[in-house]
Write a protein of this length. Sequence first.
Length: 252
Amino acid sequence: MDLNLDLIGKIIPGELYYKEITESTNLDAKMMANALDKSVFLADEQKNGRGRMGRIWSSPSGCGIWMTIYLKPQTDISKISQITLIAGLAVSKVIKKSVIKWPNDILIGQKKVAGILTELSAHANNINCVVVGIGVNVNTEEFPVELRDKATSLYMENGNKVNRTDLICQILEQFFSLYDSFINKGFSAFLKEYEEKCVTVGKEVLIINGEITKKANAVGISENGELIAEIDGKIEEINSCEVSVRGLLGYS
Ligand code: BTN
């Protein structure tokens, strides 16, 4: 197996919790009431991998990176959705050919190669922990029929199998470095870099909020990481927690 837990453990400031098979690393992280800040939950396979908006995240054995970073940020609860953008930026910086579909879908071309599911455990306004689940399709050779138009893997794009340990280490190093700067300087320090990677800006998009779908022009990203959209001639700032965004032409 290409998962070297000793090497991965060395670059994690907290603890590494590994399971060969689990339901979902996000669930594992949320169930751990008092893990150390910056711990990582990693699995070779997830039986019940979860995506944004209640979707399923296909997570077979040996094919991908299924991991969750456990954080105890001393920050305002309103900043949590920005952590998810920072995680997307970290993954996209490591996967050189990739771009970001706001807020944090990582695409190669029109197809998704990685996704991020951030969840919060809080009482009133006090954050207990934030769990940032990262899924990367690494060595997947074939997707189920229903995903073939939308999903890709690094192997499918490059024709080479990728060592998951190397990739995990690069993503975690990148994430912890960006996250420390984010805690000190805020999201605005990353806005330019994020916008350069983000393909949503400048596009016509559909903003889907439950049953309601609206056409919009994505015109920018705000200092707080919200999508600035023009809807029926009016400018609105859209928070990533509330909506799903689709391109009118293709996935991105
Ligand atoms: C999405 O794009 O919809 C988010 C996908 C997030 C998948 C990862 S895999 C590791 C972690 N555990 C989960 O159950 N989900 C996240």
